[in-house]
Design a binder for this molecule. Structure first.
Ligand SMILES: [Zn+2]
Length: 395
């Protein structure tokens, strides 16, 4: 017997309305909506024509840093990356960050707005040790399976310039963190080759993937892309490496950009964007077959007062900063926020067809472009076949 039936669903990519039957956490059947009154049996929800998309994937988050639901903290850091890092590392002590209560509040807001999966970079440094890993785990447990979490051991205060960080990252990886992070290998950490050698060597030793922050742009950024591509190939890590922010792709023009995109595709290196002004060239990446994900980055933390954790809203920012106005292009942004992130984070059996895992979001919109432009609160969120939220409240 079905565990759940979603009636009158407007499945993304399908004409007309469907009835979706869910069994054992998966989509068992998709039928044309009968329109008949439900008589008896399984738990049934009438979606009344709402658009149904697969669970949103936040492919680049920093949930450990958040003050969501906590005090408003004035941001007084000086300009530039180094000043922001310094400010974050000293002020967090005063505000008790990482805090499982703030992380829980943010994950809750993400979950009720349709995020069912996220990859979060978690600060690892000598001041914190691996405390942030434990804080995120505690919050994820409190969410009781509503959001799948993948963590990246992230050397926010540097790897080479912050002695002791490498050992702590090894400790985090040994404790089950799935990805090795990195940050501006040349621009911040001072030695691109050495930084990347340490990162990839650590990944190889732990059988982990790599997801590295590269804000470095222009020639330095291009050089770092080449070093990452070279190491991905040498270690046969195709499909397990992500470059986050990837500003060099925005800065590079013509033949250089084309070559980088071609080599990313060849080595199945994915990219993620948090929708800044230097937004990634999504259409070029998509036509070359490079998977792109979208993430919320830091939300209401010591770095940024912006954000809510709501993925449809972030997708709107991405579309707007990309200059998209055609429905087809906006839909491509939503594809990155769903299927793109799912592939990058290795989600299995993701989608809307029979056999897929039942991670589904019902949005009061008539199509994908309208869902992104209006980014409404989902009426129903289903995770693993169970209704986990309704109208902005956990169920
Ligand atoms: Zn980041």
């Amino acid at each position: 017997m079905a565990d759940l039936r979603l009636r009158n669903a407007r499945l993304w990519g399908t004409e007309g309305l469907s009835d979706v039957t869910i069994e054992d956490g998966r989509i068992a059947d998709v039928d044309t909506a009968s329109g008949e009154a439900e008589t008896a049996g399984p738990d049934t929800v009438d979606l009344e024509g709402a658009l149904v998309i697969p669970g949103l994937v936040d492919a680049h988050a920093h949930v450990d840093k958040t003050l969501f639901g906590g005090p408003w903290v004035p941001r007084t850091a000086g300009p530039g990356l180094a000043a922001a890092i310094e400010y974050g590392a000293t002020e967090r002590v005063k505000y008790g960050v990482p805090n499982p209560d703030y992380i829980t509040a943010l994950l809750t807001n993400m979950a009720v707005h349709g995020t069912t999966r996220t990859r979060s970079h978690v600060d690892i440094d000598p001041g914190l040790g691996i405390d942030a890993v434990h804080a995120v785990r505690e919050a994820v447990e409190r969410l009781e399976g509503r959001v799948d979490m993948q963590m990246v051991a992230f050397p926010q205060t540097g790897l080479l310039v912050s002695p002791g960080t490498e050992e702590l990252m090894n400790e985090a990886l040994a404790a089950g963190v799935e990805y090795v992070g990195g940050i501006d290998p040349g621009g911040f950490d001072g030695d691109a080759v050495k930084h990347l050698d340490v990162v990839f060597e650590m990944a190889e030793r732990h059988g982990a993937g790599v997801d590295i922050h590269v804000h470095d742009g222009d020639n330095l950024g291009v050089h770092e892309f080449d070093l990452i591509i070279e190491r991905t190939r040498a270690l046969s890590m195709q499909g397990r490496v992500t470059i986050s922010h990837a500003f060099a792709l925005y800065d590079a023009a013509g033949a250089v950009r084309e070559r980088l995109i071609e080599q990313l595709a060849e080595n199945r290196i994915s990219v993620t964007s948090v929708a800044p002004k230097k937004v990634l060239p999504l259409k070029e990446l998509d036509s070359a077959g490079v998977r792109t994900g979208i993430g919320n980055d830091g939300v209401r933390d010591l770095w940024s007062p912006y954000g809510t954790g709501e993925m449809l809203e972030r997708t709107l920012w991405f579309a707007r900063n990309s200059g998209f106005s055609r429905d087809e292009d906006i839909e491509l942004a939503l594809d990155a926020a769903t299927f793109g992130g799912a592939e990058i984070t290795g989600a299995e059996d993701y989608g809307l067809s029979a056999g897929s895992k039942a991670d589904l979001v019902a949005v009061p919109a008539r199509n994908a472009a309208e869902a992104v432009m209006t980014h409404p609160t989902p009426t129903v969120v289903v995770k693993g076949g169970k209704v986990t939220a309704r109208n902005g409240v956990l169920a």
